[in-house]
Design a protein around this ligand. Structure first.
Ligand SMILES: [Zn+2]
Length: 466
């Protein structure tokens, strides 16, 4: 491995990656007119052109299109090593919306470089993935090192919960062949000084709750005290699922025991890095955080069920708020689920709790369900454990870190179900201040280079493992 010429990410990828970063290719959930707007099309065409320009032998580059779904970029590179297994490298090209105003001098679709960091929406989540995957394969070939069959899958519906991915996996079942290794380049990192391997992801469960008490709003002087407030009914329903004082989620189906090895891992991270979770958060002065210790905060973020109210409707802006007993209140509930919880079981429980014996017999409607189970990594095969250790050491000068992630990558659970014996490597560049989904999203170029180099080692080790 030592003799390999490492890829030059800046020279070979940065220009196209920056062009990609300027495209507002929002995920369909955030751009219902994504077909008409054509941004996803521009992005996939840009990536396709860049891939075609790589010096990679026996490579097939295709854009797959299923009716009514986002397209998928599929790059297949034939094996140069013996063995008939496939390594799948996964990434996505759709983006989150800008979220709000970006900081002074930054903008979501005008990439700005500051030192080793490039700021733009989607550059780290997950634009770099196509570039890292292909540069790694190209470097192996350039060095004359054998690699197994590689299939790079770049989808365009991830930020909407990957509604299109399963259809493509069905469609490509034969093409993917005997999948043995899955490298997902869409995950997080706690620091930029090593390769971070994700050991678990939380699931997610979103639902829009509408509570209606009137056909139309009434003067609060005439209706209040007689017609129950829809907001008060919402409060009562929320009290059924969450302890208002502690934030503890009360639904048994949304809770899970934390595996002892996860507790040990959290302890190790806390011992090395201290309160790594708390110090990355832009907390307002004086706010007391939840969790009693650094270790507990790591576990709270990765294994606890939580509830966030992420949107509200039927409530006027303060400036136009009249004295009206509103006809309805709508809230979007977003639960994060422990990695081992079945999201469908959780959904059924939440539906039952929110709709049975509704206070004052108000009309409650649940809609826009969006849910997916979390994921717990299977133990690493010995060859992969060694490979990850080597990959991180070669790329960063120190061994890898292992941690759970608080976010969700909905398809990982369904992939794990589909390919139960597959070895997974979920990793990524989303470290401190990378702000995926927030304002000021940033790609740390050194981290992108490190992850790319680590992929080279893992693919090389996979080729010689079979
Ligand atoms: Zn992502």
């Amino acid at each position: 491995m030592a003799s390999i010429t490492l890829p030059d990410f800046e020279r070979d990828a940065l220009e196209s990656l920056t062009t990609y970063a300027a495209i507002p290719c929002l995920s369909p959930m955030y751009d219902s007119q994504w077909v008409e707007h054509g941004h996803i099309e521009s992005a996939i065409e840009l990536l396709r052109a860049w891939v075609l320009a790589r010096s990679i032998a026996n490579m097939d580059v295709r854009v797959e299109r299923l009716e009514g779904r986002t397209p998928l970029l599929l790059v297949t590179v034939d094996a140069t090593a013996p063995g008939d297994g496939t390594a799948v490298l996964y990434g996505h090209l759709d983006k989150q919306p800008p979220l709000g105003d970006w900081s002074e001098g930054l903008a979501p679709f005008t990439p700005v470089r500051r030192g080793d960091r490039v700021f733009a929406r989607g550059i780290a989540d997950d634009g770099y993935a196509t570039f890292s995957s292909l540069l790694a394969i190209e470097a192996l070939q350039a060095a004359g090192l054998p690699h197994s069959r590689c299939v790079v899958l770049i989808e365009a519906s991830e930020e909407s919960g990957s509604p299109d991915l399963d259809a493509y996996l069905d469609h490509l079942r034969d093409h993917l062949g005997r999948v043995e290794l899955m490298i997902c380049l869409d995950s997080g990192a706690l620091t930029y000084d090593r390769l971070w391997v994700t050991t678990s992801l939380r699931g997610v469960l979103n639902v829009e709750v509408n509570i209606r008490v009137l056909a139309q709003g009434q003067h609060s002087g005439s209706a209040s005290g007689v017609v129950p407030s829809s907001f008060r009914i919402l409060r009562q329903l929320l009290d059924r699922v969450e302890d208002a004082a502690t934030g503890e989620v009360l639904v048994p189906e949304l809770r899970a025991a934390i595996p002892p090895e996860q507790v040990i891992a959290a302890k190790a991270v806390a011992a090395e890095f201290g309160d790594i979770i708390a110090r990355e958060l832009p907390t307002v002065e004086g706010v007391e955080l939840m969790g009693a210790s650094a270790e507990e905060r790591i576990l709270r973020r990765t294994w606890y069920p939580t509830l966030s109210i992420v949107g509200m409707g039927d409530v006027p802006e303060p400036a136009i708020a009249g004295n009206v007993l509103r006809a309805a209140t709508t809230a979007v509930l977003s639960f994060r689920l422990p990695p081992s919880v079945d999201a469908e079981v959780a959904r059924v429980a939440v539906e039952r709790i929110l709709t049975s014996h509704v206070p004052s017999s108000a009309l409650v409607t649940l809609s826009n369900w969006n849910f997916g189970s979390g994921w717990v990594a299977e133990p690493l095969a010995p060859w992969l454990a060694t490979a990850l250790d080597q990959a991180s050491t070669l790329a960063f000068g120190r061994g890898p870190g292992f941690t759970g992630e608080g976010g969700s990558i909905p398809f990982l659970a369904s992939l794990a179900k589909r390919y139960p014996s597959v070895q997974f490597v979920a990793t990524g560049v989303l470290g401190p201040q990378s702000n995926a989904h927030g304002i000021d999203e940033m790609l740390d170029l050194t981290m992108a280079v490190g992850v790319t180099n680590a992929v080279i080692t893992v693919l090389g080790a996979y080729a010689s493992s079979s």
